[in-house]
Design a protein around this ligand. Structure first.
Ligand SMILES: [Fe+2]
Ligand SMILES: [Fe+2]
Length: 180
């Protein structure tokens, strides 16, 4: 008999969180992908760092995807939205130069870290496998935040203008993903 496990919708809190985080990593990969594309002209000194961050995000995406596949859960409907949104955000901020690039990472990671820490709290004792995956990425997200924050002063114009917009977009996409 052919035993084929069909991918299903997420049913538990852990599964919903895993698929949202997986979609978020796709967004993060594309932010860096687009920023790298234009930073060669607008912020060449940042390119090695952006490449390093992108490789972390690809690893995070793979970790979440492996856990989703193990559970037979399909990816989030917000995956493509995150991908396109991330790419557009990365391209626009990449064109604006190094301050805008770093301010974007700081704003995204601040929201992401808040969610990751809440997810770890909410899933503790309920879904150890999900906790294990999330715990593996927190340190690198913190590094992205801290390293980028060291490049940009909080009072800088891009930090002031971009932070609320980027933070609100990140919050919305997470909110939406949890409901899809
Ligand atoms: Fe990540
Ligand atoms: Fe990150």
């Amino acid at each position: 008999m052919k035993s084929e496990r069909r991918s299903t919708k997420a049913s538990t809190l852990g599964e919903r969180i895993l698929k949202v985080d997986h979609a978020g990593e796709q967004g993060a990969v594309n932010i860096y992908r687009a920023q790298i594309l234009v930073a060669r002209w607008t912020a060449p000194s940042l390119v090695p760092e952006l490449q390093e961050f992108k490789s972390h995000e690809e690893k995070h995406r793979a970790l979440f995807w492996a856990e989703l596949q193990r559970r037979g859960v399909r990816r989030c409907r917000s995956y493509w939205l995150c991908g396109v949104g991330g790419w557009v955000l990365g391209l626009m901020t990449g064109l604006l130069g190094r301050h805008a690039i770093s301010a974007t990472t700081v704003a995204v990671e601040r929201v992401v870290l808040g969610h990751l820490k809440a997810q770890l709290r909410d899933l503790s004792g309920k879904d150890d496998a999900a906790v294990h995956v999330i715990a593996q990425i927190v340190e690198e997200e913190q590094l992205h935040h801290d390293q980028s924050a060291s490049h940009v002063q909080t009072g800088h114009v891009w930090s002031k203008l971009l932070s609320p917009v980027v933070a609100a977009s990140t919050e919305s996409v997470i909110w939406l993903g949890m409901r899809l």
